[in-house]
Structures are given as structure tokens and as C-alpha cells.
Design a protein around this ligand. Structure first.
Ligand code: ZN
Length: 227
């Protein structure tokens, strides 16, 4: 009797789990390849990070999102700072200054962030659109600052430091001058930071420490951190 009760309970639980999963909107499903056109969901950052080591899936995702890019050969001369699955972003939603040479997974995450986070935030808070994004760098063969043991995501071109946004109307919104302010520009920066946390694995801004006072660090590494 007790055994059949347990069995029924297990079947009911399994049925409930299947029902929940089947009814999940597609952007919240944890498996499958990241769709760069889908809305940001519960597992977007994990799915985008998986593209880091899956070159065919990543390139196909970029093509389906109509991101123009070139592929670069792997550079594994220095295994500590290997650059694999690399692309050059030629045309995404926005231009980057300087241009972006990055791991394909980072390029894919940037493309999602531009369209699903930066564009709506610019329209909401600044009544304009972004024209270009200035950054402080992608690749740097180094450890995490303050740690001699752990390699930075920059060491594999899987991180980017965003410095400022140039708008169509000519305004420039830089992190250093506008972060934390109760202004339209301040609210825009907060929105692109917070929205990045659903797209990238680690997002660090000026509130994290003084080393990040002038940029937003975005990466597709293993750790989920939003500070
Ligand atoms: Zn960084």
C-alpha cells in the first residue's frame, strides 16, 4: 500500500515537472543553443557562455542574428592566454571603438545586450538611440586584479570593459562621469548594467571596487556575479 502511494506520488511529481517545463516560454528553457533573437530568459547567460567553446553553433547563431563578423585562426602559442573561437565584429547593432576582436561567445552576448538591453534603455531614459560604444579592451594576458592565481577572462578574450556610449544626438554617456547620479544618464547606466546581468555571467561596475570606477566589466566566464 505504502509502496503504491510512493509510486503514485512520484508519478504525480514527474507529471507536474514535465508540465512546468513544457509550459516554459522558449526563452526560459535551459537546454538548446542560444537564440540571439529571443528575449532574455532565465538561462540566457549560461546558454550564451556555452557558445564560447562551440564555434559552429556560435557562428550559426551570429549569422541567424545577422551580425556581420570575420573568423580568426586560433592562437594557442601561449596556453595560459589562448585565443580560440575568435571573431572580429564587423557590424553589430552598433559600431565599437576600437573594433572588437573577441571570443565568439562574447560577441554573441554583446549582440543580445545591444538589442535587448541597451537599445530599450537608451530610448526609455535618453529618448535617443546609441550610435557607438567605446571600450577599454578585450584581450589582456593577465590574472584577475588582486589575484596571482586565477586568470582573468580577458586572458581568453572572453571579457570586455565598456567605457562610454555615444548617442545619435551626439551626447556621450561615460561611466566615470555619470554612474550613480540621479539623472537620465545615471539611470541609463544603471539599466544597462542591471540588464547585462541576465546576458553575461559576470558584470562588475563602479560599485564593485575602485578598479572599475570608469567602466563596466562584462564577461562570459564560469562565475555568476552581478555587482
Ligand atoms: Zn574587465
Amino acid at each position: 500500500m505504502r509502496r503504491s502511494f510512493r509510486l503514485s506520488a512520484a508519478i504525480l511529481l514527474a507529471a507536474a515537472a514535465v508540465t512546468i517545463v513544457v509550459r516554459l516560454p522558449p526563452q526560459h528553457v535551459p537546454w538548446g543553443v542560444a537564440d540571439l533573437n529571443a528575449d532574455v530568459g532565465l538561462f540566457s547567460s549560461l546558454k550564451l557562455a556555452r557558445l564560447r567553446s562551440d564555434a559552429p553553433a556560435c557562428r550559426s547563431a551570429l549569422r541567424m542574428a545577422q551580425v556581420q563578423f570575420r573568423t580568426l585562426p586560433d592562437d594557442i602559442a601561449n596556453p595560459q592566454c589562448a585565443q580560440e573561437n575568435m571573431v572580429v565584429l564587423e557590424r553589430s547593432s552598433y559600431a565599437y571603438a576600437p573594433g572588437v576582436r573577441a571570443n565568439c561567445g562574447l560577441a554573441a552576448a554583446l549582440s543580445v545586450w545591444e538589442r535587448k538591453v541597451v537599445l530599450p534603455a537608451a530610448r526609455q531614459f535618453l529618448a535617443s538611440d546609441t550610435e557607438s560604444i567605446r571600450h577599454l579592451g578585450v584581450y589582456a594576458c593577465r590574472a584577475v586584479r588582486g589575484s596571482h592565481l586565477r586568470q582573468s577572462q580577458h586572458a581568453n578574450a572572453a571579457a570586455i570593459d565598456i567605457q562610454s556610449f555615444r548617442l545619435r544626438d551626439g551626447r556621450v554617456i561615460d561611466v566615470q562621469g555619470n554612474w550613480g547620479k540621479d539623472t537620465a544618464a545615471g539611470h541609463f547606466l544603471r539599466a544597462v548594467h542591471d540588464g547585462a546581468c541576465g546576458v553575461f555571467r559576470t558584470v562588475l561596475g563602479p560599485d564593485y571596487n575602485a578598479a572599475h570606477a570608469n567602466h563596466l566589466h562584462l564577461d562570459i566566464g564560469p562565475f555568476s556575479i552581478c555587482r
